[in-house]
Design a protein around this ligand. Structure first.
Ligand code: DC
Length: 232
């Protein structure tokens, strides 16, 4: 049986950490759609596009072919054949991705790839519009969030651990700006799907969130499959 788990939510809510662990527990594939938008943003940055010019973004993005492959369970994003994973987590790439992902031409280019992956195998896919647009029939939909202060604090600790100097208030401002762009764009804005379960991780550990999602999976997929078999 192929099943799909969609995890959406704002930047810094812990989606990728959680989604990876859930996928490992269920022995299915983790698909990071943010990385695809970041690869597209990297391409646009390399081509020096004007981020204020949607027409230029729409035109230039046509030259980017994005695909993914898996090596030892890790998702590798290929941009015109080049493994671009080492560049994707940079701050400027994330900021550009938040701008360019609002462009309909960019979204159109990535939609097919995401749907095909989910149709071919069981996946835990995270992003912003997975439950609402990409996989409206996903068996499990989670909207994972946390307060902007909690998300900023997590990011602050992450940067500090890497030995990078940073300012908590600035990080919080950046997160709130990104939320506002992701939630208020015209096409596929970030929002909770009607049938998604809201999980607020502000006061939860990673393990608690993973457990909670596995429980929801169990109720929605395993139990309902057993009920279906008994009725059939
Ligand atoms: O999750 P992330 O930070 O890697 O995502 C980078 C940007 O890509 C984010 O600002 C919004 C965008 N994005 C999107 O619009 N739709 C998705 N399904 C995933 C990410």
């Amino acid at each position: 049986m192929i099943y799909n788990i969609a995890i959406d939510g704002p930047a810094g809510a812990g989606k990728s950490t959680i989604a990876k662990k859930v996928a490992r527990e269920l022995s299915c594939v983790y698909v990071d759609t943010g990385a695809m938008y970041r690869a597209m943003a990297l391409y646009l940055l390399r081509r020096n596009v004007d981020r204020e010019n949607p027409e230029e973004i729409g035109e230039v993005c046509q030259g980017a072919e994005i695909s993914i492959e898996y090596k030892n369970g890790e998702q590798i994003v290929l941009l015109n054949g080049e493994n671009v994973n080492p560049f994707l987590r940079r701050e400027e790439v994330g900021n550009m991705a938040s701008v360019s992902s609002a462009n309909p031409k960019v979204r159109e280019k990535l939609l097919d790839l995401q749907r095909k992956l989910a149709a071919s195998m069981s996946v835990v896919m995270d992003g912003r519009d997975i439950g609402t647009t990409i996989l409206p029939n996903a068996e499990v939909k989670i909207y994972l969030t946390a307060s902007s202060l909690t998300r900023a604090e997590r990011r602050y600790l992450e940067l500090q651990e890497k030995g990078l100097s940073c300012d908590l208030e600035e990080i919080r401002k950046d997160i709130e700006e990104r939320d506002s762009r992701d939630m208020n764009r015209e096409i596929s804005p970030l929002r909770q799907a009607e049938d998604a379960v809201l999980v607020d991780s502000s006061e939860m550990t990673i393990e608690e969130v993973v457990k909670c999602i596995l429980q929801i999976f169990h109720e929605k997929v395993i139990l309902s499959d057993e009920v279906g078999k008994n009725e059939g």
